[in-house]
Design a protein around this ligand. Structure first.
Ligand SMILES: *[C@@H]1O[C@H](CO)[C@@H](O)[C@H](O)[C@H]1NC(C)=O
Ligand SMILES: *[C@@H]1O[C@H](CO)[C@@H](O)[C@H](O)[C@H]1NC(C)=O
Ligand SMILES: *[C@@H]1O[C@H](CO)[C@@H](O)[C@H](O)[C@H]1NC(C)=O
Ligand SMILES: [Fe+2]
Length: 473
């Protein structure tokens, strides 16, 4: 769509540069601000004696079990868990379904950390490698007699037409609403096979002195999902835990001790930005709270990373980051702007399919929007709302944490915003083949099968026709 721009003065362009464009009224389009309004209630952290935080029985029982992908293409899994009384063993015993007698063992490592007056339990990490694809594995952690057994299913081999389903959760926390979001994800008949988590895990830092016991309770709460399917981690501001007033000056200390990522497999130099392939998808995780200016490690890595993506092998290019670039709520307004300025031209050039962010505690889905043409004097000072090379931006920071909902929106709804609603929920993406993927957003107030917002994504490399417009009618 060509924007009328003959009468836009340079002065207006400067105003636009300041960000007023995010707010302006444009043309009539399929913009939707959902009429559903969630009843205003406080989001309260579940009390420490809640069922979801229960410590498993037995001396030195492994707790807080979680897994994530352990290599670049899905044949390795990192298993992590905590023992409280003593280090015990960091070994994982695992076997393929139906072959309990042929078991394998992998050696792990144990670590601990202190944070202000808190001392962690014994945190174990063990990478299991060379797994077979499409296979159910059981795994056991702990030392007899207090062992615990879980299972996971490995992804199909990387390839363009292997169906795969992802779930998306952000800003989860550990409130009664968080528990509803997780339950809805688990009960959703569209069975997510891995979670792409867009940052802000435990919100321990909202408790006095960043009470790190709340990192432990969070990990016990989500174990019922993340022990059985990998969650892919993105760092948010609640992972920084930088608190010089209590002598804690090492950013991301609790997160890095507890949640390893396979960053070395993608030649990254820090755990906060990295990539993985999983089935038909290439997933790039970026760090909103690590330096991304020109020549920084993250900038250099991403510049080298994007040309490596082979869309004939992995058609779907998905980016995860925490602070959204396109956000029409009044919360965290424009916070993602500096990263957008740095990286958006690359996203358009390499035709990223979708970008998921959190941070704003609500839901929003954009048009295929880009704002890369503007160069101060060319008059193109409004974002282009139907750029078929641009990604769709989705804010899914609606996990339901202690800070409550972001329910105040900028008005009128900007043209680039296709759908927005201030409710808690999660999203799913069912990749069917190289051209089609079914996306849905599920709010917690609905039945498990209801999609409150949905869209058929058409792949930007294989089938770059206007999918957002097709969804509106
Ligand atoms: C959390 O959700 C689960 C599953 O729906 C339920 O069994 C449990 O009682 C809930 N716990 C709390 C504290 O809400
Ligand atoms: C990482 O770098 C090595 C050495 O340059 C290279 O062989 C390998 O393919 C790279 N891996 C990825 C995932 O880019
Ligand atoms: C891809 O999946 C879509 C949706 O299920 C289907 O309509 C389309 O025919 C499929 N394409 C191919 C080539 O199988
Ligand atoms: Fe955040």
């Amino acid at each position: 769509m060509v924007l009328p721009r003959s009468r836009i003065s340079p002065f207006l362009c400067v105003i636009a540069l300041l960000g007023f464009w995010l707010n302006a009224a444009y043309f009539c389009s399929g913009r939707i601000t959902s009429t559903y309004v969630r009843a205003e209630e406080k989001s309260l952290d579940m009390p420490l004696d809640s069922d979801v935080f229960r410590v498993p029985p037995g001396y030195n029982a492994p707790q807080q079990v979680h897994i994530t992908q352990g290599d670049h293409d899905g044949k390795a899994v990192i298993v992590s868990w905590v023992t409280m009384e003593e280090p015990g063993s960091s070994e994982v015993t695992y076997w393929k379904e139906h072959s309990r007698k042929h078991y394998y063992k992998a050696k792990g490592e144990v670590t601990t950390y202190k944070y202000y007056t808190y001392s962690s339990g014994y945190i174990h990490h063990c990478t299991i490698q060379n797994l077979e694809h499409n296979t159910k594995y059981y795994y056991q952690v702990g030392t007899a007699p207090t062992t615990r057994t879980f299972w996971f299913v490995t992804p199909p081999p990387v390839g363009p037409d292997v169906p795969y389903t992802f779930g998306f959760i952000g800003d989860l926390g550990q409130t009664f609403d968080s528990n509803r979001t997780l339950t809805h994800y688990e009960q959703n008949p569209i069975k997510g096979q891995a979670v792409l988590f867009v940052g802000d895990l435990s919100y321990a830092d909202n408790h006095p002195n960043h009470d790190n016991n709340r990192w432990d309770t969070w990990a016990r709460f989500v174990e019922r999902s993340v022990a059985y399917q990998p969650w892919i981690w993105t760092t948010g501001n609640h992972e920084i835990d930088f608190a010089p007033e209590i002598g804690e000056t090492e950013p991301f200390k609790p997160f890095t001790h507890r949640y390893p990522t396979p960053y070395r497999a993608s030649n990254s130099t820090a755990p906060f930005w990295y990539s993985i392939k999983r089935g038909p998808a290439y997933i790039i995780v970026l760090a909103s709270y690590s330096a991304y200016g020109m020549y920084t490690p993250q900038y250099n890595w991403l510049e080298e990373e994007l040309p490596k993506v082979n869309r004939r092998e992995t058609p779907w290019l998905i980016v995860l980051l925490h602070s959204p670039w396109y956000n029409s709520y009044q919360y965290h307004y424009m916070e993602g702007e500096s990263m957008r300025v740095m990286f958006e031209p690359w996203f358009v050039k390499y035709k990223v399919d979708m970008v998921f962010a959190g941070h704003v505690h609500a839901y929003e889905r954009s048009e295929r929007v880009s704002n890369v043409a503007y160069n101060i004097v060319n008059g193109l000072c409004q974002p282009l709302s139907s750029d078929q090379s641009a990604p769709v931006y989705i804010t899914i920071g609606d996990g339901g944490n202690i800070e409550g909902l972001a329910n105040s929106m900028t008005e009128p709804q900007p043209k680039y915003s296709a759908f927005r609603e201030a409710s808690f929920g999660h999203a799913t993406l069912e990749i069917k083949n190289r051209t089609h993927a079914r996306y849905g957003w599920h709010r917690n107030q609905d039945g498990f099968a209801v999609e409150a917002d949905s869209m058929w994504f058409h792949n930007r490399f294989w089938y770059p026709v206007d999918d957002v417009a097709a969804t509106k009618s």
